[in-house]
Write a protein that binds this ligand. Structure first.
Ligand code: HEM
Length: 421
């Protein structure tokens, strides 16, 4: 981690520092820490994600003081929080909308990395730790959504846990093991609560490693070129503390809009109906942040085997499950799939356009995931899924070799590119 020679001025500070070098640690993290001087607001999303994580943990701990993870009481205890507990409604709405905010922030954070090539050497492990965080976040949010024990909680949990049943031979045993019984029931709710409480702290641990890896080589920057010397950096404080604080203020305004004016906009009304295993909702949809993955899951509508025979190698369901997990796991190897020497899309004219095509593709997947699979939508879902994988598996390796990047500036401090003569 970037070292710091910071020495506290007060006698007490020096006494503590000598025994526990906490002040120089803080200075190395947020104080004199040299940061590229050209970072834009997209670089505020990392610290924003940290804030969102803290908000989720604090509100979650308070909610857990009043929530009961028993199928007979979970729904009622959630309503009790909303109606009787002082500011319980606020805690719940901040926590529920906070999950959505957290995902928006992290998705922007990931797409920032994709645009500026932040996953490339020497930041591969930093990026991979990010992918681990994303997986943990998805698991945490999925289990959290089950806790209020509404209709979408129950049926969402039933659909998603049943997916593991598609695994050949051991599928049914895995599902029974996940449930702790023969359906989504009390044992399932209890373990989901336990894990939903635990995983955020695991995320904190991985975030610490994420920041550790970040500090090993420092931040990338919009130009995607390496820092050449002190002329290219500024101390984190006051420059980026001030910039990040502005970002926090804007974020909390957006967050407050949802919490105070439109708290159920991002949720599903069916989750205000108590879970009923005997009544399946007309249309089971996951939370918005899973929709692109849900579309990938449903993309394959046919069994894969030898046509004209009964021989099936992979059922449609299992193919969907594999693709859904692959769509995230593929990010782990992205640093090696991208063969370009240049990091930032600013200097990669073709990649820049294909990047935006990927963004559109993910939105299309999200749309398909939100709608019932009718009419043209399954075909659109299949094409968009295929394109998603083509982007990473075909375009990234080939484009990196074929594309002619624009001339790179000499340094961050001297960003004007000389004419090519
Ligand atoms: C709890 C979630 C996360 C937190 C708290 C977090 C925190 C941070 C922070 C504070 C930074 C430095 C500021 C910045 O560059 O924005 C950062 C950088 C970075 N993060 Fe994350 N992150 C999270 C999730 C992720 C995920 C899911 C990925 C990718 C899959 C990721 C990839 C990266 C990369 C590549 C950088 C370096 C960016 C650069 O220097 O250009 N992070 N993260």
């Amino acid at each position: 981690m970037a070292g710091s020679n910071y020495q506290p001025k007060s006698k007490l500070g020096q006494w503590i520092e000598y025994r526990l070098p906490i002040f120089s640690l803080i200075d190395g993290l947020f104080g004199s820490y040299p940061t590229p001087k050209n970072l834009n607001y997209w670089w505020s999303f990392g610290s924003l994600a940290g804030i969102a994580l803290v908000v989720q943990i604090i509100t979650g701990i308070v909610l857990a003081m009043h929530y009961t993870p028993d199928t007979s009481l979970a729904f009622a205890s959630t309503e009790h929080i909303m109606r009787n507990v002082n500011y319980g409604w606020l805690m719940r709405y901040v926590h529920a909308n906070g999950a959505s905010m957290f995902f928006i922030i992290v998705y922007v954070h990931i797409f920032r990395g994709l645009y500026y090539g932040s996953y490339k050497s020497p930041r591969e492990i930093l990026w991979m730790l990010g992918v681990v965080i994303l997986l943990l976040m998805m698991a945490t949010a999925f289990m959290g959504y089950v806790l209020p024990w509404g209709q979408m909680s129950f049926w969402g949990a039933t659909v998603i846990t049943n997916l593991f049943g598609a695994v050949p031979v051991v599928g049914d045993s895995i599902v029974a093991w996940l449930w702790g019984g023969f359906s989504v029931d009390n044992a399932t709710l209890h373990r989901f609560f336990s894990l939903h409480y635990l995983l955020p702290f695991v995320i904190v641990g991985v975030v610490i490693m994420h920041i550790w890896a970040l500090h090993q080589h420092g931040s990338n920057n919009p130009l995607g070129i390496d820092v050449k010397g002190p002329q290219d950096t500024v101390p984190f404080t006051p420059y980026y503390t001030a910039k990040d604080l502005y970002g926090f203020a804007v974020f909390f305004l957006v967050f407050a809009y949802f919490v105070f004016y439109n708290p159920n906009f991002l949720g599903h009304p069916d989750n205000y109906i108590p879970a009923n295993p005997l009544v399946t909702p007309a249309h089971i949809v996951p939370e918005w942040y899973y929709l692109p993955f849900y579309a990938i899951l449903r993309a394959i509508t046919f069994d894969i085997g030898i046509p004209g025979t009964d021989i099936v190698f992979i059922t449609a369901k299992f193919a969907g499950v594999i693709l859904m997990f692959a769509s995230i796991l593929i990010l782990l190897v992205l640093p090696w799939l991208d063969t370009s020497k240049v990091r930032s899309a600013k200097f990669r004219p073709i990649y820049k356009q294909l990047y935006w095509l990927l963004v559109i593709d993910v939105f299309v997947l999200g749309y398909v995931g939100a709608k019932p699979p009718e009419g043209i939508l399954p075909t659109v879902g299949l094409i968009a899924t295929a394109y998603y994988f083509i982007h990473f598996l075909v375009i990234m390796p080939i484009l990196g070799k074929k594309e002619k990047p624009l001339p790179l500036p000499e340094s961050i401090a001297n960003p004007v590119v000389k004419s090519a003569e």
